[in-house]
Unconditional design. Structure first.
Length: 554
């Protein structure tokens, strides 16, 4: 990719000044996910920022996994993350790294801090640890193990590494300041015991570095110039700097924080997303209702529209709520230009054209993409019996209803003829089951040679030639803008929208039956659809609604 992905932002202003002053001669960023779940739209913002910044300044962006918590990490998550980033349009080249690549060096740096008297082995229980830490307005209490000699601490650390102790029996804590107003500086844990196999190192280690200890060392080893992370890590920055200041490492990157993406009608906690999966509210990480990159891809969102959304919301230091309608708008904006048009009837009612010969058929020509001057065309079969949308008929239509319902009033069939409504046929219960109309053979192609006014145009399919297609209509997963916020004792689960998925069988023109997997099209007057790349089979596409033609949400 060569395009600039990220709009101007305060981080780029900092980088411009760093390059101008000579502080840096190149720009090196990194995207450092933990492989404990699938990426979501919030990660997409960080991906676009980190990789996009490297592209803008002809630098590089390292792809690095912070795999320091083996109990929650899986190879499946590693593979999915790499797939999602490639799909979004970015490439790390040879710059693929893992925190586990540096475990030996991290262990050595922890030994160095212990030898300097800047770290110690602590045997407090988690409850005692929390109690001694205190609150921001009052100093904490020293651990009774704080003044243990470096020699004894080193011996304990070696025994931790050798598997002598149980999980949680000891941690290594940095020796900083128990009176600091920043709780993260009150002797934080930097190493803990976890007797769990690692997806890359197996059983080599039974101790693992804490994220805060590992992350800054990874940045320094890789020569990161601008360590860009979300705003919640701002209070961690003093610890980031303290660790690098007190170990023998040449590079000292600078951390910069930006506001994370908050999106209405959405939750983006990995823990909550996993809960939705485990409790069967959705069908996996790639469920098209999920805010995961895999879910958005399966729904039919394009990588370009997601990148455009991330560009438009910008990069600031102020927390705000982004509107999911903007994301949907970016999708529509792209698909309006790029998608071919077809006709499909989601809620069909039969129309019989009484004056059209019973055994006659003909082929009409439709333009695939009216937004493209060089668009291809397709053949559309026409016959005496058609299907139209049920809501294109109204028994007692108001004056501004320009479709079927008023006897004698004409509507235009897309690419076909003018038809005039005659009568509705009802069953014994009074339900309308069929519409009777007549057509004007002089209006072939949907044209009016005598320039009479016909204000309504409707889509249709030939009943004889249409095929049945599964349509999945997706909506927002939650029924309120902020499902994460507890109100009246309700949790985010209580705000799940009951109609987030509707499945129906539609009547579709035959040309759409031949669409290959991953095709994105517009069913005219209905919305944009994607041929599901998992459930579709040859000649039996399953259509996921990406977005309707216009938002119905306020």
């Amino acid at each position: 990719m060569t395009e600039e992905i990220v709009a101007n932002n305060f981080i780029h202003e900092i980088i411009d000044e760093d390059l101008k002053s000579g502080k840096h001669t190149e720009v090196v960023t990194r995207f450092p996910p933990e492989p404990n779940g699938y990426l979501h739209i919030g990660h997409a913002k960080s991906i676009c920022l980190n990789f996009g910044t490297a592209i803008k300044y002809n630098g590089r962006c390292n792809m690095r996994f912070d795999d320091t918590n083996p109990e929650k990490e899986e190879v499946e998550y590693v593979d999915s993350i790499l797939e999602d980033i490639r799909w979004l349009g970015f490439d790390w080249g040879e710059n693929l790294f893992f925190a586990s690549d540096y475990f030996d060096r991290m262990y050595g740096y922890a030994v160095e801090l212990i030898e300097k008297g800047l770290a110690y082995a602590c045997r407090l229980t988690p409850e005692e640890f929390k109690g001694c830490r205190g609150i921001p307005t009052e100093p904490g209490k020293d651990s009774p193990f704080r003044d243990t000699t470096p020699e004894e601490n080193l011996k304990i650390f070696e025994n931790m590494k050798a598997g002598v102790y149980n999980d949680g029996e000891y941690v290594i804590r940095a020796k900083i300041d128990m009176a600091s107003p920043n709780l993260h500086m009150r002797d934080p844990a930097i190493y803990r015991i976890k007797k769990a196999d690692h997806h890359r190192t197996g059983d080599k280690w039974c101790i693992y570095p804490m994220y805060d200890f590992a992350h800054c060392i990874e940045d320094a080893i890789e020569g990161i110039t601008h360590s860009i992370c979300t705003l919640e890590f701002e209070v961690h920055r003093p610890l980031y700097d303290w660790i690098l200041d007190n170990i023998s490492i040449e590079c000292h990157p600078r951390q910069y924080e930006f506001a994370r993406l908050n999106l209405n009608y959405t939750v983006m906690s990995k823990r909550k997303l996993l809960q939705l999966i485990e409790e069967k509210y959705v069908n996996g990480w790639d469920d098209p209702r999920m805010p995961t990159v895999a879910g958005l891809r399966r729904r039919g969102y394009t990588a370009a529209s997601i990148r455009e959304f991330c560009k438009r919301i910008g990069v600031t230091k102020f927390e705000s709520m982004s509107d999911i309608a903007l994301l949907e708008h970016c999708v529509r904006e792209e698909l309006n230009v790029t998608s071919d048009r077809y006709m499909g009837v989601l809620d069909p009612i039969k129309v019989v054209i009484e004056n059209y010969p019973e055994n006659q058929e003909e082929i009409l020509i439709g333009t695939n993409n009216p937004m493209d001057e060089k668009s291809a065309t397709r053949e559309i079969p026409f016959s005496r019996e058609l299907y139209v949308e049920r809501n294109d008929y109204m028994e007692n239509p108001p004056n501004k209803f320009h479709r079927l319902g008023k006897p004698g009033k004409e509507v235009r069939l897309r690419y076909a003829y003018f038809i005039a409504f005659k009568e509705a046929i009802k069953d014994e219960d009074g339900n309308v089951i069929e519409l009777r109309c007549t057509y004007d053979p002089e209006t072939k192609g949907g044209n009016a040679p005598d320039e009479r006014k016909v204000r309504g145009t409707i889509q249709w399919v030939s009943a004889k030639h249409a095929y049945d297609a599964e349509m999945r209509l997706y909506d927002r997963l939650f029924d309120c803008e902020t499902p994460d916020i507890n109100k009246d004792g309700k949790t985010f689960i209580d705000h799940l929208y009951k109609d987030s998925l509707k499945t129906l069988t539609a009547k579709v023109e035959p040309a759409a039956q031949k669409l290959g997997k991953t095709a994105r099209i517009q069913f005219e007057r209905t919305g944009y659809f994607y041929v599901d790349h998992i459930d579709s089979t040859e000649n039996a596409p399953v259509f996921n609604q990406i977005v309707p033609l216009r938002s119905s949400w306020k």
